[in-house]
Design a binder for this molecule. Structure first.
Ligand SMILES: *[C@@H]1O[C@H](CO)[C@@H](O)[C@H](O)[C@H]1NC(C)=O
Ligand SMILES: *[C@@H]1O[C@H](CO)[C@@H](O)[C@H](O)[C@H]1NC(C)=O
Ligand SMILES: *[C@@H]1O[C@H](CO)[C@@H](O)[C@H](O)[C@H]1NC(C)=O
Ligand SMILES: *[C@@H]1O[C@H](CO)[C@@H](O)[C@H](O)[C@H]1NC(C)=O
Ligand SMILES: *[C@@H]1O[C@H](CO)[C@@H](O)[C@H](O)[C@H]1NC(C)=O
Ligand SMILES: CC(=O)N[C@H]1CO[C@H](CO)[C@@H](O)[C@@H]1O
Length: 404
């Protein structure tokens, strides 16, 4: 029996040694963030001025019961004069668990995210911190800022380091905005680099051409279901995220679709400057310019790619406002096709990588039905497909135990 087990475990090792290591890159609001405070002033006498490191994202009690303080800690500050973006005064932040999946398996003990996916990968022989790595990041910043650009550099180093330590090319798995981060990295590397280091990329639910939802965030705010947070307060936070500008609808793909309407005006993706003026946030014009050209061409990644996304979930595509303006109001939502968060027009853009001549390495898509945007990282069928694509299980193997 013991000999059997030993033989089996040696076999398993031999089998997994041959499998490429994996790096996971999560999406917007998908990594834990920590903060440390030393503030001169606060928005309310009940907010802490000073504190040691604590969990900022995702801290549900703070979001619910100290919303004002929380928003004033998590928001970014934009200086239009020198076009720079940074944390709110007196707030220092950090992203825990670099290189590991620890910081996004769950966002707090009640909000699991990549946990099931990671557990499956480990059960199939990947080893945490060795052949299974993670790239958590401060999702508020896009690569157009120093913080966001540093993340891209570190991600590149993590790919190289993982390749160096395993002797194998790396497979990248990304979700949602993580797909834009990886696309930005790959588009910025030489073909030699990609051929040397990257085995395969599996982007899941990528918003390649943006989404309609950020329009709502910038117009009136979205409290994302937190009942004690007013939309006005949520808007104060959401408008300042550099990434909520990166995720705006890209004009060349949205055409004349009306994204926001008011009794006075219809706004399409071509009218974003007027939109920002009219909703009372002119700085948005300059924030958008920072991020506008980062990934908007949706250039082929130049690595073997299997683009996964889902359709068939009603997805907000247009927000209608009444005569009361944009402050403290809830718009009427018109739904369209998509995954519940990202619109079809944007998800489907990766199809162009599969066209003849788009890239020399292989490109395919796998389209799922009626699985929500976040459901894509937890759904059993999707995870099974992912494990197959990573070469961790054979197609149709899901029901068989790996060993006895
Ligand atoms: C921009 O100005 C702010 C002060 O208003 C300063 O803290 C920041 O360092 C400046 N950024 C750059 C890149 O110069
Ligand atoms: C992996 O690394 C993280 C961060 O350094 C650490 O917290 C975690 O315990 C490590 N996990 C394993 C299984 O070694
Ligand atoms: C990986 O190894 C190469 C060649 O030895 C070296 O140049 C590079 O700096 C290493 N990269 C990392 C991130 O360790
Ligand atoms: C907005 O577009 C709709 C058609 O999509 C049109 O009926 C309406 O008159 C337009 N509103 C304004 C203010 O132009
Ligand atoms: C982005 O690219 C477009 C088209 O090439 C160009 O017209 C525009 O000036 C660029 N914007 C910025 C801010 O660089
Ligand atoms: C291959 C490539 O495009 N490299 C560029 C990546 O980005 C850095 C910094 O913006 C440039 O200096 C490189 O030329």
């Amino acid at each position: 029996m013991a000999v059997w087990l030993l033989a089996a475990s040696l076999l398993l090792r031999a089998a997994t040694a041959a499998k490429p290591p994996v790096i996971i890159v999560p999406g917007l609001e998908g990594s834990q963030l920590e903060a440390k405070l030393d503030k001169k002033e606060t928005v309310s006498p009940f907010c802490a001025k000073k504190s040691d490191w604590f969990r900022l994202w995702m801290n549900v009690p703070d979001i619910l019961f100290k919303s004002k303080c929380w928003v004033d800690n998590v928001r970014l500050a934009y200086n239009q004069k020198n076009n720079s973006i940074f944390n709110a005064p007196g707030v220092e932040t950090r992203v825990p668990y670099w290189g590991s999946t620890e910081g996004f398996e769950e966002l707090n003990p009640y909000t699991p995210a990549f946990k099931t996916m990671v557990q499956k990968m480990v059960s199939l022989g990947l080893e945490k911190n060795k052949t299974l790595r993670g790239a958590p990041y401060d999702f508020r910043y896009a690569p157009s800022s120093r913080v966001g650009a540093d993340f891209i550099l570190r991600l590149k180093e993590l790919v190289e380091e993982t390749y160096n330590s395993t002797g194998r090319r790396v497979s990248l798995v990304s979700h949602s905005m993580g797909c834009l981060e990886v696309l930005y990295l790959l588009n910025n590397q030489s073909q030699e680099w990609k051929d040397k280091y990257v085995e395969k990329w599996i982007p899941m639910s990528g918003p390649y051409g943006g989404a309609a939802e950020p329009m709502r965030c910038h117009a009136s705010g979205d409290n994302e279901g937190f009942p004690t947070v007013s939309t006005l307060l949520a808007r104060r936070e959401q408008r300042t995220y550099e990434t909520n500008h990166w995720l705006l609808p890209v004009p060349q793909y949205w055409g004349d679709a009306v994204l926001v309407s008011s009794p006075e005006r219809n706004y399409t993706a071509h009218d974003l400057d007027d939109f920002f003026d009219d909703v009372g946030f002119p700085a948005g014009k300059w924030l958008r310019r920072r991020t506008q050209n980062l990934t908007s061409r949706v250039e082929a990644p130049g690595v073997d790619v299997v683009c996964m996304y889902s359709m068939g979930v009603p997805t907000a595509e247009s927000f209608a406002y009444g005569p009361g303006g944009f402050d403290d109001v809830t718009p009427t939502i018109v739904n369209g096709e998509g995954d519940g968060t990202v619109n079809a027009v944007s998800l489907k853009l990766c199809e162009r990588w599969t066209q003849k001549g788009a890239q020399t390495r292989s490109a395919r898509t796998r389209v799922f039905s009626k699985i929500t945007h976040t459901g894509m990282v937890t759904d059993e069928v999707v995870i099974q497909a992912l494990l197959e694509e990573l070469g961790l299980t054979a197609p149709g193997d899901s029901q068989l135990p790996i060993l006895v």
